[in-house]
Structure formats: structure tokens, C-alpha cells
Ligand binder design. Structure first.
Ligand code: DGT
Ligand code: CA
Ligand code: CA
Length: 575
């Protein structure tokens, strides 16, 4: 029996959720989570590795988990899973996705009050009954209420980082199935513009036989429901809950349709007004004169050119000044992924990551990088399994040893140092002095007021060894809003002190955000695109960071980790 590895991942994650609601042993729960994570990043086919007995070499997958994988591969499921699924309603598990709702609270509300889903919870909270339960209070109730709102808002949108790989697969399957029918194919909409979350996926195809393309599309294996089906367009829902709109157009209007369906809406409105001013009409078929003569439409470039604009890359189409720049030929030459020379924020197995320094070097060299920064958590961050001073010092020695054997590549000694409650850093200066890269980051006290948080961060930025401010706003998409922060002030200090601001490429973070990136660039602040990877495959997330940087109008020269090793070393020496 062929079981998709993603299904196994999902099953393990559900197991972890079930067990946490049951209040089971945290190590058992963690074992499922770790195995799911490892499977997600597996360097090969799960079934093959299992058959060859090679799963035992994969960090994160223990003996017990290998047995369970075997059972699932043979039977499609696990007996314990089937039992728990009967016992705990789906809606109860979903409660875990609400920010502020931990397993203990879910268990309490389910067992003592009978709350089985979000609707039950919402009613309970709104009637102010939750505050009277043991260990709760008005404040918790308020937090959960906000959590529900946040969750509901996020449920309808999906992370770019999650959608991209799924969409890639969908497009490949469609191309395979309808190869003789399809001339061109592209994503459009917010996905193509690289927005951090997307409502639905838009795909555009050019073909001379539209209805046949549509027929192939709705029959693809990932389709769960067909929401709409016409001669030239269709909407479907995938098994993973992704909505995909497909439109098929004639080849000579592909450019016009691509421009139109890429949006954004506000960008398109300005473009249309521009056309009207010139006595032209623009729509998804092309640019036309008053007499109906077609002037452009086959390519996007042609459309912008006909309206006296240089080509505007999709990431800039948000009506944030791109028309003025395109008119004057002053559009930025946007940064590209191949210009990235290294990654300066990476965790290893020494703290809460899963790979060794050597494994990370190997992956980085595959990416043609010249350097990586090893930056595990600092000592007081318990949840991040932060390094004690001694552990950090011995890691420094280890890195020096490794570096002495490397040619054309260097590991930079670093740390993601926690900003403490009083704005001081988690290691003393005599330790920070020995590091190449000091990242400062806030991991606690998110609920402090705006002034307190701002002052804490600013104080930390004054430390002479502070170099990079990580994930500056602290947001976690769908989970946690940005903490209240006076970003203008932070930018001022960053400029003043020469602190580099991080664009954190984690799909849930993408922080700094596009608008603040533009703001930072305007002030001449340098940025650095980091993955904050906790797993070697996580280094590939850099692409999301680059997309976000592009949305913030960044060029190669604005981004520190486009520097060669040589250039970066010189810069770090100067500091
Ligand atoms: P999303 O899906 O909410 O993340 O955002 P988009 O931008 O992908 O929006 P969507 O899927 O509703 O439509 C795709 C594009 O089609 C949109 O960016 C611009 C274009 N579009 C859709 N409806 C209209 C409209 O009424 N007027 C104009 N000018 N363009 C539209
Ligand atoms: Ca869309
Ligand atoms: Ca759409």
C-alpha cells in the first residue's frame, strides 16, 4: 500500500494533539512531533528509506516511531490513532489552534464544561463564564477572546510558504496531464506578488482548447471539490483546503490576462486610469484604441511599454509608488536569491535545532554559500534550550577547529542573544566580544506596554556588540500579533548605531514586514535576510525572505548577506 508521507506527518501531528489533550507524557508527545518534523524534511522517499532500514539514521525518528511508520505503511493507519479519533471530537482538537488555548485549557473545557468546538467556546467566553473556572480570570478570558478572533481571521488565509510548494506540485501535474494543450502557464494573484498570506491561488494558462484544459484540471487527483466549472475557468478545493482558480485564455491575450489577474486591485485601478487618460482601454484581453484596435496583450512587458512604463515586477504592484518610479525609469533592480552568499541566523542541535554544524555546512555549500552564522539561543531561554556560557565557549572552540579545515567557506561564531526584561543582554560583554555575529532578539514579555518594549529593545541596541535585530516586530502569522512597538524609534536607533535589521524568512514570521522594509531602506538602514533555520532543509526558506525583501523594494546593495565572505569579514572587523 502506498501511503503519502505527508499523510503520515499529519497523522503524527494529530497524535501529538490527541495525547496533549489527554495530558499524556510530554516526551511521548514530543516524539510524535519530532518524527513529523523529520519526515517533513526527509532527504528521500519515506517508504524506500523504511524498506532499506535507513530510517534509523534520521535524527528525530526513534525506534518506536519507525515501528509505527511500518504499521501505517502496511495498514494505512495506527490502532491507537483510530481509538483516539473516536474518543476526542475533531472540533476539540481544533481548539488547540487558537492562540492562548493550551492543551490543559482545552482538556478542562472539554471534560468539565463539554465544549466541543469553536462555536461552543465563543458562546462560553461571550457569556463571561470562563473567568469563573479554576485558574482562569477576566484577563485570560479576554486573551482567549482575542485568540478566537485572530484564529478566525487566519483560517481563511494561508501562509505563502505553505501554499508555494503545493501550487508547484499542482502546476506540474497539470502540465503533465495536459502537456499537448498548454502553451504557457503561470501563477497570478497575491501568490505571484509574494504576499505573506494568500486568500486563494490563481493560475493562468494559455491554450487553443480551453475547455479540454479545464476538463483535465478538475480530474487531477488532488481535487476534493469542484466549486465551479465553465468553458474557460474553474475553481476547485484541494484535499488540503486550498482553493485554486484556474483561468484559460487565448495565447495572444496571455500577457493582458496575467497582468490583470496578478493585481493588485489597487495597482490595476491606477493602470486603467492611466490607459483612459491616453484614450485607451485596458482589460484582460489587451490594450485597445478607441476604435477597438489591439495594441498590446501577448506579454506583460508589452502592456507596460505601451503605457510608457518600464516593466513593473509583480512584487511591486501594490500602488506604493511603483508608477512614479516606472515612469522615470527609476524602479529598483530587485535582489535575487542567487545573490545571497550566506545565512546568518541558524540553530544547531546544541540548542533547539536538529542538525550538527557539519550537516549545516554541507547544506550551505550545496547552496553555493560562502558562510553561515551559527546562532543558538542564549542561556536564559529555556524553551529554546539556550546555551550556558560554558556551552557557548566550547561551541566557539569547536567552530574554530572546523574553520581551520575549511577552504572558501567560513562558519561565523554567533548567538541569538535574548534581550532580558531590563533591556540588558543575556551574556556579559566579555563573552559577546568573542563572537563574530551577535543577534539580539526579544522572546519574552510580549504583553508589556509599547513604551516598555520599545525602551527594552533600544537599550539592547545600544550594547556595543549588538549587530542584528532579529524578527523585529515579533509577529507570528495567525498566532500572535506584532508586539506593541514604536518602530520609528527603533529605526532611528538602528540607523544611528549601524544595527542591521533582519528579514526573518520563517513562513510564519516574514518579519520585518514589507512596508517597514521600505521605510528602513529609505533611511539607509541595512538589512539581512536570515532563515532562523532549526533544520538544515530550513535553509531553503531563504526564498521567502528574498520575496519579502523584493516586496520592500530591496536591491543587492541593501542586503548585508549578499556580501562575499571577504567583504563581510572586513566589515565585521571594522566593527
Ligand atoms: P487574495 O486571493 O485575497 O490573496 O488576493 P488576490 O490579489 O489574489 O485577489 P483575487 O484572487 O480575488 O483576484 C486575483 C486578481 O484578479 C486580483 O489581484 C486583481 C484581479 N481582480 C479581481 N477582481 C478584480 C476587480 O474587480 N477589478 C480589478 N481591477 N481587478 C480584479
Ligand atoms: Ca488570489
Ligand atoms: Ca482568485
Amino acid at each position: 500500500m502506498k501511503v503519502d508521507s505527508r499523510r503520515i506527518c499529519q497523522l503524527f501531528r494529530e497524535m501529538a494533539d490527541f495525547l496533549s489533550i489527554k495530558g499524556e507524557n510530554p516526551f511521548r508527545i514530543r516524539a510524535y512531533e519530532k518524527a513529523a518534523e523529520a519526515i517533513e524534511h526527509l532527504p528521500g522517499d519515506l517508504e524506500n528509506l523504511y524498506k532499506k532500514g535507513e530510517l534509523k539514521n534520521i535524527p528525530g525518528i526513534g525506534k518506536g516511531m519507525i515501528e509505527k511508520i511500518g504499521t501505517i505503511l502496511h495498514t494505512g493507519t495506527l490502532p491507537a490513532y483510530e481509538e483516539l479519533k473516536k474518543e476526542i471530537p475533531r472540533g476539540v482538537v481544533e481548539l488547540l489552534s487558537i492562540p492562548e488555548m493550551g492543551p490543559k485549557t482545552v482538556k478542562l473545557l472539554y471534560e468539565k464544561v463539554g465544549i466541543k468546538n469553536i462555536e461552543d467556546l465563543e458562546k462560553f467566553v461571550n457569556s463571561q463564564k470562563l473567568r469563573h473556572l479554576p485558574g482562569m480570570g477576566a484577563k485570560t478570558e479576554e486573551n482567549i477572546k482575542r485568540g478566537i478572533e485572530l484564529y478566525k481571521a487566519s483560517r481563511s488565509r494561508i501562509l505563502l510558504g505553505k501554499a508555494l510548494p503545493m501550487v508547484k506540485e499542482v502546476m506540474e501535474e497539470l502540465k503533465k496531464k495536459a502537456s499537448s494543450l498548454i502553451e504557457r502557464i503561470s501563477t497570478a494573484g497575491s501568490l505571484r506578488r509574494g504576499k505573506e498570506t494568500i486568500g486563494d491561488v490563481d493560475i493562468l494558462v494559455s491554450s487553443r482548447k480551453p475547455s479540454l484544459v479545464i476538463d483535465s484540471f478538475v480530474e487531477l487527483p488532488f481535487v476534493k471539490d469542484v466549486l465551479a466549472k465553465g468553458e474557460t475557468k474553474s475553481s476547485i478545493l484541494t484535499h488540503q483546503g486550498l482553493q485554486i482558480d484556474l483561468r484559460v485564455v487565448e495565447p495572444d491575450s496571455f500577457g493582458a490576462a496575467l497582468q490583470y489577474f496578478t493585481g493588485s486591485k489597487s495597482h490595476n485601478i491606477v493602470l486603467r486610469e492611466r490607459a483612459i487618460k491616453r484614450g485607451l482601454k485596458i482589460n484582460e484581453y489587451g490594450v485597445f484604441t478607441e476604435k477597438g484596435e489591439k495594441k498590446a496583450g501577448e506579454t506583460e512587458e508589452g502592456i507596460y511599454r505601451y503605457l510608457d512604463l518600464s516593466y513593473i515586477p509583480p512584487e511591486l504592484r501594490e500602488n506604493r509608488g511603483e508608477f512614479e518610479a516606472a515612469e522615470r525609469g527609476k524602479l529598483p533592480h530587485l535582489i535575487e536569491e542567487r545573490e545571497i552568499k550566506g545565512d546568518l541566523h541558524i540553530h544547531t542541535e546544541a540548542s533547539d535545532g536538529s542538525n550538527s554544524i557539519e550537516e549545516l555546512i554541507e547544506k550551505a555549500r550545496e547552496k553555493n554559500y560562502e558562510y553561515i552564522g551559527i546562532t543558538d539561543h542564549s542561556s536564559s531561554l529555556r524553551v529554546g534550550r539556550g546555551l550556558s556560557r560554558e556551552a557557548l565557549l566550547s561551541q566557539i572552540k569547536k567552530i574554530e577547529r572546523i574553520n581551520s579545515h575549511l577552504k572558501g567557506f567560513q562558519v561565523l561564531k554567533g548567538s541569538e542573544v535574548d534581550i532580558l526584561k531590563d533591556g540588558t543582554l543575556d551574556y556579559p560583554d566579555e563573552i559577546l566580544r568573542r563572537l563574530d555575529i551577535v543577534i539580539i532578539a526579544l522572546h519574552t514579555g510580549f504583553k508589556q506596554d509599547r513604551e516598555t518594549i520599545t525602551n527594552r529593545i533600544i537599550k539592547a541596541m545600544q550594547n556595543p556588540y549588538a549587530q542584528i535585530l532579529a524578527h523585529p516586530t515579533g509577529r507570528l502569522l495567525g498566532e500572535r500579533e506584532a508586539y506593541s512597538l514604536n518602530m520609528e524609534k527603533v529605526l532611528e536607533v538602528a540607523k544611528d548605531r549601524g544595527i542591521w535589521l533582519e528579514i526573518n524568512a520563517q513562513p510564519q514570521r516574514l518579519d520585518l514586514t514589507d512596508v517597514w522594509i521600505m521605510e528602513a531602506k529609505k533611511r539607509g538602514i541595512k538589512l539581512v535576510i536570515n532563515t532562523d533555520a532549526h533544520h538544515k532543509e530550513g535553509l531553503d526558506m531563504i526564498s521567502l525572505g528574498v520575496i519579502t525583501a523584493r516586496r520592500g523594494w530591496l536591491e543587492k546593495k541593501d542586503v548585508i548577506n549578499t556580501l562575499t565572505l571577504n567583504e563581510l569579514s572586513k566589515l565585521l572587523c571594522k566593527k
